[in-house]
Design a protein around this ligand. Structure first.
Ligand SMILES: [Zn+2]
Length: 231
């Protein structure tokens, strides 16, 4: 008796798995950017392109949207045909309580709302005119925290805790990349979310706002790229 039951279970699993075929699982995310203060559009556009390029090299496709007045809770993961929606705030001035060396921070364990904040004044203070490459890589770094779901760093690439001169040189040459393990972690997590969306049904998740993706524990503020740039 046990064998037919076992085969039945396997068959069911196979059917469920077939609803989220590898070819259907996509790794596109939506990033909605809003600004606070005087952020030059002429800098923001190439910075977004820089972030897109380095994320694409890691296997993550990005669709950008300028955040309007719509509440960020209105569109979550699974909605709009993307695996995840990340709200990014580029603010003109970092708060006094922010880590002095950080170019931004992320909330990798939050599920929605503004999960990435970039401090434009600190980016602008590094070079004149402000570097779109640094702005773009700062965005990619913080978005990386959210996509991987970690508040820690790795020893190489975009997700280093502190970028050194070689990292900046690679940024300016547009060749700095996510470490392979970070890229793999991002792809795996985004694919999991995409698979969840396919199996749960995009419409119901979007309408109810419900999600069963395990991620939320507690918000955690981050500090990162600091050290070397202050030399
Ligand atoms: Zn970081």
């Amino acid at each position: 008796m046990s064998k037919p039951i076992a085969w039945g279970c396997l068959f069911l699993l196979a059917v469920v798995g077939a609803t989220a075929k590898a070819k259907d699982v996509q790794t596109e995310i939506l990033i909605r950017v809003k600004t606070d203060g005087n952020i030059p559009v002429m800098l923001l556009a190439p910075a977004k392109a820089e972030a897109s390029a380095v994320l694409l090299k890691a296997g993550i496709r990005v669709r950008w949207e300028t955040a309007g007045r719509r509440d960020s809770n209105a569109l979550r993961e699974c909605a709009g045909g993307v695996a995840d929606v990340i709200d990014v705030l580029v603010t003109e001035r970092a708060g006094r309580k922010e880590n002095p060396g950080a170019l931004g921070h992320a909330l990798p364990f939050a599920r929605f709302g503004v999960r990435v904040v970039i401090f434009y004044d600190r980016v602008a203070a590094m070079q004149t005119p402000p570097s779109t490459a640094i702005l773009g890589f700062a965005m990619a770094h913080e978005i990386g925290h959210v996509l991987i779901g970690i508040d820690s760093h790795t020893l190489a690439g975009v997700m280093r805790a502190h970028w050194d001169e070689l990292d900046y040189a690679r940024m300016f040459a547009h060749v700095l990349a996510f470490a392979p393990e970070d890229a793999e972690a991002m792809r795996r997590r985004v694919s999991q979310k995409s698979r969840f969306c396919l199996e749960a049904g995009t419409a119901s998740a979007a309408v109810t706002g419900e999600s069963h993706i395990p991620s939320l524990v507690s918000p955690s503020q981050l500090a990162y790229p600091a050290g070397e740039r202050e030399r």
